[in-house]
Design a protein around this ligand. Sequence first.
Ligand code: ADP
Ligand code: MG
Length: 253
Amino acid sequence: MPEPDRPLLQLRGITRVFRVGTETVHALNGVDLDVDRGEYVAIMGSSGSGKSTMMNVLGCLDQPTAGTYHLAGTAVSGMSSRALAEVRNARLGFIFQAFELMPRTAAWKNVALPLMYAEDGRRRGGQTPKTRAMSALEKVGLSDRAGHHPNQLSGGQKQRVAIARALVNHPKILFADEPTGNLDSRTTTEILELFGRLHGEGHTIVMVTHESDVAASAGRVIRMRDGVIDSDRSTDDDPVTAPFRRPVEAPAP
Ligand code: ADP
Ligand code: MG
């Protein structure tokens, strides 16, 4: 049973240690974090501060060395990699900086790819993978490019295909690692508008970015430093993101 009073994502004492030869790297050093349903969170911090490692743990792509992770009330830390893959496929969508699309494959086939891994998902609701991919492409405004290969698309269109792929299984939680890192400012705005719409429709979004104006589109900004959370504030209260927040229109006198 879902427990609505619990946070959607809950990390307690999360540590992730990497061993490289004789060296030990503490990528995460005891992270506590609660994210509620429907939040839109930006994660910032300098290179090497642990942002991607935290996203990978949150996204069930990696297991922590120590600590506990509850996702919607279920302890996922300690699950087998097979069970984790099922959690990912059913509940989570991923968007990456470099899009990670299959090059010589039509956009709709790229979008349908996650359905091929879902054991029961191929014909959910009597819909074929193609029908489901097409409706995801429609959500991102790319129905007219379904047959194009990624190299026939602009950067913004590629990222929209990747977002459609993230949405095809109807996950409620989206993880994006530097989703606008390869995009120009106009396209960045387009993608952020799309994220804003998805957030408005009830998706929980966790996004890594190093750009303050991008982080400002979220409601909350978390800064990482040396594998710990350094600050955690509303983007309206954060001195760096607040100037980028859209000013509230003053009521007419
Ligand atoms: P960020 O995303 O903030 O740039 P990362 O989470 O990628 O930082 O990395 C945090 C630290 O962990 C860095 O020192 C990095 O070198 C190290 N690290 C990350 N992944 C690995 C890995 N697979 N093997 C060894 N060290 C890693
Ligand atoms: Mg990173």
